[in-house]
Design a protein around this ligand. Structure first.
Ligand SMILES: Nc1nc2c(c(=O)[nH]1)N[C@H]1C(S)=C(S)[C@@H](COP(=O)(O)OP(=O)(O)OC[C@H]3O[C@@H](n4cnc5c(=O)[nH]c(N)nc54)[C@H](O)[C@@H]3O)O[C@H]1N2
Ligand SMILES: Nc1nc2c(c(=O)[nH]1)N[C@H]1C(S)=C(S)[C@@H](COP(=O)(O)OP(=O)(O)OC[C@H]3O[C@@H](n4cnc5c(=O)[nH]c(N)nc54)[C@H](O)[C@@H]3O)O[C@H]1N2
Ligand SMILES: [Mo]
Length: 756
């Protein structure tokens, strides 16, 4: 099992030679094609390594990180050095000086899950400064609990695809429903139902409006509206304006199930600021004709309508507003909680919304408790390292950045996920020590002082499952361990022994015994469920390869609330949907007010900055891989142009710059530059370019943090600013850029060659 699907492998010579998708999967992901050859790829970390400068001069800040040589050491030397350094930092600076947030997707598998392993280890060490929320849902994770009392239920207990296919008349999809993203769910996925559901929905007469800068964010028949990126909230407001001014809004729903509509309406109609949010107003901002917006609003009020918002729309500055306004619009239509109506967040973002959940807990490795109270919102990593001791605002609180001396990472890649990589490099020069556990020489591993070689999930047994998938899967080891790599569990166990809590960490179990233990714990629980389908003893499960769990089918989001709002209130302060939040209003932030509203973005085609950088870059999820994982795999490599990540550009924008298909361009702004390969595509809105995340950062001059990336990592271009003071969510989806032909000698790609 991988995050992108279930499969069996053939192996030869210690590597994967072929991959066969699970027969029950109607649409296996092409990303599976990156697996053959991945285990013994030259980019693997073959043994423990320590940065030369750190080994020779000891711990301390260094701008050599990312440009230094590495010295191979034995496992015993590595473990002694690392245990000693952890002890030194804890004894001299306290546990809060360790940043163990360690964000990232790592690999599928419940036991060897890298985050669970490192957090369990660091908790037993006495704790660490942690991070909260995700790059995926930084703004949503903070705003939605305040608006609807939850964020995870929006996905895990979302309206089922079957219900949409059977009941919905109209889907209005902000950000489309990109099939490419439904390849993936965190923890694995055994079926890919989205394409089939959309087809059944349309066959029944359902209609889709896809609002997105990219036509291919919706597969098949739809009405495509391509606004100026970042203006969705203005369009939603204008839709709401038409409903309100024509009396099409559901006043009974708003008064029974919501609070604060009146406050919002004062803004909507312009009573508070003198600006009615009319279709004409939104048209000037978005470029979408006013009549088209007005007609759409009337259509939405005329039948069973589902408003969906992809996660990308909140991964921008002011990212709270799109999901909040999406809920508000759906509330005005009055269909929240009805089959096929209401609101959805993340259809087409992940293979999770629309899929039926498992109604009981999954096998989980206990991580223990973290005694250190300090935390950061996850996308504040550079701020944390650059501003020790400084105060910052977050979700109505005043917090302080601790003084971090040691950064410990396992299972993530900040050079994939973080913004403004030049700034990140300066931040990573600050701590005394950086430790990275990685199977591959990713850019993050190259910026470490201590590199701990990890196995991949193909080299170990594990157990996989996830909340919205019926299968619990035995992951059988497919190939032997590569070179001198070890399971993170074995590394943490050996460190724990050196630090005096080995027996507590392992509880005396081998990895395989842990897997059996987690399974049997889960089985004991499931057997008490009278409706459970199957739960054989571990041995039988392991031989059979998977068991089928019960799922809750036919859900409609918030139907219990709609049926009886007194007995099933939302867990918001009012128990209802907060169109106006008195709490947020009380925080007094200038970038997130008490109700959803339009804020002019910093990076958009309508602003002053567009004079200098006139193209809007969409830095979205890659079709050919998961993030930066297996960027060296065959499917990812086949998409590259002269080794560079493809950038899609409208033919008119290419012509204006004299660019042809297949040429290499320099994409730049005042934060950085990268090379990319041109793909001409009229499915991209004019004025927009699209460059996915995930090309491994490959600086022309590794000793210069501002150096151009020769490979095409868009995060050299994105700004390191939070969505707002409320959430500090990742805002990496958008950046303004300019593009020009690269006429120089094409530098080689070195990202996949191990460092010296
Ligand atoms: N500009 C821009 N940036 C973005 C986004 C965007 O939309 N635009 N999207 C953001 C989002 S939503 C996300 S989730 C992040 C994703 O960012 P990440 O999750 O950090 O990216 P991955 O490449 O998946 O990193 C996982 C790493 O774990 C390693 N790994 C795999 N298995 C193991 C293991 O068993 N042990 C160890 N130690 N390591 C292992 C892999 O080799 C890989 O390097 O990126 C974010 N960044
Ligand atoms: N194949 C593949 N699938 C993935 C991942 C992957 O790496 N590879 N990553 C997974 C992860 S961790 C996550 S969090 C999800 C992320 O899910 P999302 O964040 O929803 O995915 P993105 O592809 O970044 O963005 C979806 C679409 O939003 C559109 N969009 C961008 N800006 C705007 C805008 O201003 N207005 C409108 N209307 N549309 C806009 C873009 O055209 C883009 O294709 O994807 C998951 N799925
Ligand atoms: Mo994500």
């Amino acid at each position: 099992m991988a995050h992108w699907g279930m499969f069996e492998v053939e192996s030869a010579g210690g590597d994967v030679s072929a991959v066969h998708p699970y027969a029950g999967d109607s649409e296996p992901s092409p990303i599976l094609g990156n697996l053959p050859g991945s285990v013994r790829h030259r980019a693997r970390v073959s043994g423990p390594a320590v940065r030369r400068g750190w080994l020779e001069s000891g711990p301390g800040p260094s701008d050599k990180r990312g440009a230094d040589q590495f010295v191979p050491v034995s496992w015993d030397e590595l473990l002694d050095l690392l245990a000693h350094e952890l002890r030194r930092v804890v004894d001299t600076h306290g546990n809060r000086a360790i940043f163990g947030g360690s964000y990232g997707w790592a690999s599928a598998g419940r036991f060897h899950h890298a985050q669970s392993q490192i957090h369990r280890f660091l908790n037993m060490l006495g704790g660490y400064t942690r991070s909260v929320h995700s790059y995926s849902l930084g703004a949503t994770g903070v705003i939605m609990p305040r608006v609807v009392g939850t964020h995870w239920k929006l996905f895990a207990r979302s309206t089922n695809w079957d219900v949409i296919a059977d009941h919905t008349d109209l889907m209005v999809c902000f950000g489309g429903v990109p099939l490419k993203n439904t390849a993936v769910n965190s923890g694995g996925t055994s079926a890919h139902p989205t394409r089939g559901a959309l087809d059944r929905f349309r066959d029944r007469g359902g209609e889709v409006v896809s609002i997105s800068p990219l036509r291919d964010d919706l597969h098949g028949r739809c009405e495509w509206i391509a606004p100026i990126p970042g203006t969705d909230v203005a369009i939603m407001l204008a839709l709401a304006y038409v409903l309100a001014s024509e009396g099409l809004h559901d006043k009974a729903f708003l008064s029974r199930y919501c609070v604060g509509y009146d406050r919002f309406e004062d803004y909507l109609l312009g009573r508070t600021d003198g600006v009615p949010k009319t279709p004409g107003w939104a048209s000037a901002l978005s470029g979408v004709p006013a009549e088209q917006i007005a007609a759409l609003a009337r259509r939405m009020a005329g039948g069973r309508t589902m408003v969906t918002v992809t996660w990308s729309l909140q991964r921008v500055r002011f990212g709270e507003q799109a999901p909040w306004m999406g809920v508000t619009l759906a509330a005005m239509l009055g269909q929240i909680g009805l089959p096929g109506g209401g609101f959805g967040h993340g259809y087409g973002s992940m293979n999770e919304p629309g899929l039926a959940p498992v109604p009981y807990p999954l096998p989980t490795l206990f991580q223990g408790a973290n005694p250190v109270p300090d935390f950061i919102p996850v996308a504040a990593i550079s701020d944390l390292l650059l501003h020790p001791g400084e105060e910052f605002d977050y979700d109505g609180r005043r917090l302080t950045y601790p003084d971090i001396r040691l950064v410990h990472w396992a299972g993530g890649n900040p050079f994939h996920h973080h913004q403004d990589l030049a700034r990140l490099r300066r931040a990573l020069a600050r701590p005394d020590t950086i430790v990275v556990h990685e199977p591959y020489w990713t850019p993050m591993a190259r910026h470490a002082d201590i590199v701990v070689p990890s196995t991949t999930s193909l080299e170990r047994d594990d157990l996989a499952c996830t909340r919205n998938d019926p299968l619990l899967v035995a992951m059988h080891r497919a190939v032997p361990r590569y070179a001198d790599a070890r399971d993170d569990y074995d590394t943490f166990a050996a460190l724990a022994h050196r630090l005096g809590f080995g027996a507590r960490f392992t509880e005396g179990r081998t990895a395989h015994q842990w897997i059996e233990h987690l399974y049997e714990q889960w089985r004991g629980f499931v057997l008490t469920d009278p409706a459970h389908l199957e739960a054989p003893p571990f041995g039988e499960f392991w031989r059979r390869g998977h068991v089928r769990m019960r799922t809750e089918d036919g859900l409609s989001l918030f139907s219990e609330f709609r049926d009886d709002p007194e007995r099933n209130p939302l867990t918001t302060p009012s128990g209802r949907i907060e169109i106006f939040s008195a709490d947020i209003d009380g925080f007094g932030y200038d970038d997130c007010a008490g109700h959803p509203r339009w804020y002019e973005p910093d990076e958009w085609l309508g602003g002053e900055r567009a004079q200098r950088f006139p193209l809007h870059l969409i830095a979205n999820q890659p079709k050919t891989r998961l993030h930066g994982q297996l960027d060296h795999g065959a499917v990812s490599q086949a998409s590259k142009i002269r080794g560079r990540e493809p950038i899609r550009i409208h033919p008119s924008d290419a012509a204006a710059r004299g660019l042809g298909a297949g040429e290499v361009v320099r994409v730049f702004n005042d934060r950085g530059a990268c090379l990319a390969g041109v793909v001409l595509d009229d499915q991209v809105r004019a004025g927009v370019v699209q460059l996915a995340t995930g090309a491994w950062y490959d600086p022309l001059d590794p000793s210069d943090p501002d150096s151009m990336c020769v490979h095409g990592n868009p995060n050299v271009l994105t700004a390191d600013v939070g969505a707002s003071w409320l959430s500090h969510g990742c805002s990496g989806q958008h950046a303004l850029v300019q593009v020009e032909r690269f006429d120089g000698v094409l530098p080689p790609i070195k990202a996949f060659d191990p460092p010296l």
